[in-house]
Design a protein around this ligand. Sequence first.
Ligand code: GRF
Length: 214
Amino acid sequence: MRARIVILISGRGSNMAAILAAGLPLQVAAVISNLPEADGLELAAAQGIPTVVVDHRLYPTRAAFDAALAETIEGYAPQLVVLAGFMRLFTAEFVARFRGRLINIHPSLLPSFPGLHTHRQALAAGVRIHGCTVHFVTEQVDHGPIVAQAAVPVLADDTEALLAARVLRCEHVLYPRVLQWWAEGRLEDQGGGRIRVRGSFRSSGSLMTPEPDA
Ligand code: GRF
């Protein structure tokens, strides 16, 4: 039987779309959003994926929202909960309940630039290499065990939008790839906050920025 995942979104849903388009050996049991206006919901529904809204504004506390969200998720009995631009912070209780089953993509090379406006942070810091990270979620925001990262150059004339677009293209490759490995049972928790991906990988050399032409 194929493994089941649930995807959580809050907006555009381009990572969700990349996951749906990848033809992964898993079943997307539902797409859940905390906002009814999230564009990704329509996209998922158009592909026949069940969609659900658990509107956080209807709950008096974060704990009440998290409890309702957890119940909704558990209703689909997923083995993995995939955060794809889900813009709510979780309570420790929620994270504990889904420990090891909660995965996220963050648009920076963690542990650099946790939080919001990561591309702005990268430009302000003057880094020459930036990227994205897929990691398991722990209580500390944007700090869980790292599964995989993709790096891009930061170019001299970059704007926040240009850099964000370059990183996003990598996100759309990296997240489906990680979920494929997960579905194949290749992610191994080594303890101490470290994940090993089983299998052999080629080293694709180095990324140096700036790099002279020719
Ligand atoms: C992505 O940049 C993701 O890394 C971050 O939020 C953004 C979501 O974009 N967590 P989308 O909704 O997947 O298009």
